[in-house]
Design a protein around this ligand. Sequence first.
Ligand SMILES: NC(=O)c1ccc[n+]([C@@H]2O[C@H](COP(=O)([O-])OP(=O)(O)OC[C@H]3O[C@@H](n4cnc5c(N)ncnc54)[C@H](OP(=O)(O)O)[C@@H]3O)[C@@H](O)[C@H]2O)c1
Length: 348
Amino acid sequence: MTKVFLTGATGYIGGEVLYQLLNSKDHQFEVSALVRSQAKADLLVKKTDGKVTPILGSLDDLEVIKSAVFDADIVINTANVDHVPSAQILSESLLLKKTPTILIHTSGTSVVGDDLSAVKGPTDEVYSDISSIAKINSLPDEQPHRPVDKIILDIQDQNPNVKVAVVCPSTIFGLSNGYDKINSVQIPDLIRYSIKNKQAFSVYSGAYIWSHIDIKDLGDLYYLILDSFLQKKNIPSGKEGYYFGSYTLENETVKAEPSEIEHTWRQVSQKIADVLLSRGLIPTSEVVDLTPEEIVKLSGDNFAPYYWGSNSRTRGDNGKKIGFAPKYTTLQRFWDSIEIDLDHILKA
Ligand SMILES: NC(=O)c1ccc[n+]([C@@H]2O[C@H](COP(=O)([O-])OP(=O)(O)OC[C@H]3O[C@@H](n4cnc5c(N)ncnc54)[C@H](OP(=O)(O)O)[C@@H]3O)[C@@H](O)[C@H]2O)c1
């Protein structure tokens, strides 16, 4: 049995990854999962029929993480992607490993997002995880997620026993196959705060483009990378092992407007406005422009304006190179997911 240490197993991404591991037809995994409470431990054990061994602790319990890493053949990190101390202890522990070990870490495409601005519009700048890799590897520390990315991307160069890949998802949509929290962040939060605001809103004009991916396709990508490493395929790893969780179009001519695998946040806000009005949850389908300050006040989250106020256009060329072919990511499913998210929020 191959031993996996997973963080974030009760979360949206980690839950989908865990589902993929437990339902693998090719490999048998013995999964240990870091969980923050006994209640979450009990829940995971119950929902997976005892197939997961909980390890009680948080990302701040560095000794717990260290010992779990020593014990594992595979480490998959899907908890807080900005937690520097746990990234450092992951690195320190992995640098000591003398046996072949795989690390799949999670980031997010805000890492290549642009600044908030009242006057900017959509960009035609698209990042490929192959042709833009030099730029990605030299992003400044001020970019979201970059401080942790830097620590993780350095590991393989220092210890070749460890194969490292970073999965960097764009906007993730749809409900996951996970075990506890099964919905995403960006769109569900925009729905919640639109209800709270009694009107849908965008950050300034909202005319900013993001790529997107269905959570089930994202789970497939984690699995494909893991399976390729286990089969000893020579896939991109280390500083070249950056995998945008977005996909790539054939013979694309990039324009400053969304392609069929992208959206603007204004379009999402308008769809939310239409759906909420049709359900009688807000009184108007008009979308109002808010400033970042107004959004921080509304949400209580300093990062919230960046969710819906940056451009982040990415192409997962590395995924394509290793055979990733998304099955679920279609524009129809993307737009339909907004009503599904709303139903999930109302049910909760
Ligand atoms: N969803 C997206 O669209 C997206 C896209 C790109 C990147 N990301 C990033 O990927 C990460 C996971 O996202 P998600 O959507 O899966 O989040 P999520 O649903 O909130 O799940 C987070 C998971 O990590 C665990 N966790 C959080 N902080 C922890 C800590 N200090 N110690 C131990 N466990 C901790 C949570 O445990 P509990 O159950 O105890 O809370 C949960 O299992 C986040 O950092 C997020 O910013 C998300």
